[in-house]
Design a protein around this ligand. Structure first.
Ligand SMILES: [Zn+2]
Ligand SMILES: [Zn+2]
Length: 250
């Protein structure tokens, strides 16, 4: 598996990074995890516009899904006058309605489904291309999922957005790379069931016995070095900060 960080800024884009979006490739299959603000532009550095095979949306907050409206244009109004076949899109209940409403004037209420094949995510296990996928509901104000991808005996677990979550700890058990949000800073923000801070992300990685921790979804107004130090204080494995364009071979 190859993971490319397309965008990793939390809640709103930074000068350096788009919002949440991660490209995962294996056996020539390209799966995009989330498509937040600015992700569609950055994605084109790593992948052709029509080269994605599936999209997973962890939840329907704008910083994880809003560039799907721009991607609708790409697929529905193709430059050559054609229209793309539907690509599988996995998201929570109501994803099609949410995106259609955000777009505001699709030609018909079902236009999105002409280019996106929507699948409703629930806590489950299923096969997607070369991956075995596990999804779990996590702690966030809207229906939100973490995802674990397995391929060739290795695994990648992405938290999406979550507060402290036993389901996330279990999903990330023994995972090779744990891509975990650390939006808050310990001692600064403390809103339950919204986001993790650096220490809590480290504690989750330690409980899960994850082999490597990559912190993501850190907002531009947060000092990432504080969150990094807080995670390192409670987790013995390697920890680093996600950065746009960085790749990991898992
Ligand atoms: Zn978010
Ligand atoms: Zn969110």
């Amino acid at each position: 598996m190859k993971l490319t960080v397309v965008g990793c800024s939390g809640s709103f884009p930074s000068v350096e990074s788009a919002c949440s979006s991660y490209l995962v490739e294996a056996d020539g299959f390209r799966l995009l995890l989330d498509m937040g603000n600015g992700a569609l532009g950055e994605l084109q550095r790593h992948c052709g516009l029509y080269d994605l095979d599936a999209i997973f949306l962890s939840h329907l907050h704008a910083d994880h899904c809003i560039d799907m409206c721009a991607y609708f244009v790409v697929r529905y109004y193709r430059h050559d006058g054609g229209r793309c076949d539907p690509i599988p899109v996995y998201g929570p209940e109501g994803t099609e309605h949410r995106l259609t409403t955000a777009y505001a004037d699709t030609p018909s209420p079902s236009s999105m489904s002409e280019v996106f094949d929507f699948h409703t995510v629930k806590p489950s296990t299923f096969e997607l291309g070369p991956f075995v996928v596990h999804t779990e509901r996590v702690a966030h104000p809207v229906e939100a999922y973490a995802i674990r991808l397995e391929h060739g005996g290795k695994s990648l677990t992405y938290s999406g957005d979550t507060g402290v979550s036993p389901a996330l700890d279990e999903l990330a058990h023994d995972t090779d790379l744990f891509l975990c949000e650390a939006a808050f800073t310990a001692g600064k923000e403390n809103i339950p069931d919204l986001h993790l801070n650096g220490r809590e992300a480290g504690e989750s990685a330690a409980r899960a016995r994850a082999r490597r921790l990559v912190l993501t979804h850190i907002a531009p107004w947060t000092d990432p070095q504080v969150n990094l130090a807080d995670a390192r204080a409670v987790y013995d494995g390697p920890v680093e900060l996600a950065a746009p364009g960085v790749t990991y071979v898992i």
